[in-house]
Structure formats: C-alpha cells, structure tokens
Design a protein around this ligand. Structure first.
Ligand code: SF4
Ligand code: SF4
Length: 80
C-alpha cells in the first residue's frame, strides 16, 4: 500500500508559480482557482487523492511555502 500524505500551502509565501504542480509525481496538485492570496495569486492546493508525502513539492518550491505531512502506520505488536 503506498504511503499517504498531505500538504499545507502557506498563502503568505505561495506565488502560484506551478513548479510544485508540474513536479508532483502522482499529479495531485493544482492552483486553487476559487481563492486568491492576499498578494493576488491563486495558491497551490491538493486537488485530488493520492498524495504520498514524498515531499518533492516542498523541495522544488522556491518560496518554502509547502509543509508536508506523512502518515506513519505502526506495525501491529507481536507476541513472543
Ligand atoms: S508530497 Fe509528493 S505526492 Fe504529495 S503533493 Fe507533494 S509532490 Fe505530490
Ligand atoms: S512551488 Fe511554491 S510558490 Fe510555486 S505554486 Fe507551488 S507552493 Fe506556490
């Protein structure tokens, strides 16, 4: 089962350059055409399921606008 993740985009920093959108391997990002930041940009957001938490979007973002979270699944305890 693929890892699951999600991101938060900081509206103060995102300038809608789309670099993260182009480099996201599962192509789950898009500009949010419903919203504008205080600087007048459509910010990036997760538009569909499938984020793996790979963090490539955060690495390529030139403005450090993205925080990535990744779900950690704990292994079931084993009995001796
Ligand atoms: S963490 Fe990876 S899969 Fe998730 S939005 Fe960013 S680039 Fe895409
Ligand atoms: S790379 Fe960064 S600044 Fe560019 S659209 Fe994505 S979050 Fe916004």
């Amino acid at each position: 089962m693929p890892a699951r993740g999600w991101i938060e985009v900081n509206d103060l920093y995102c300038k809608g350059c789309e670099l993260c959108i182009h480099d996201c391997p599962p192509q789950v990002l898009a500009l949010d055409m419903e919203r504008l930041t205080s600087k007048g940009y459509h910010p990036a957001h997760i538009a569909k399921d499938g984020c793996t938490g790979c963090a490539i979007c955060a690495i390529v973002c030139p403005d450090a606008a993205i925080t990535v979270y990744r779900e950690i699944t704990k292994a079931a305890p084993t009995t001796a």
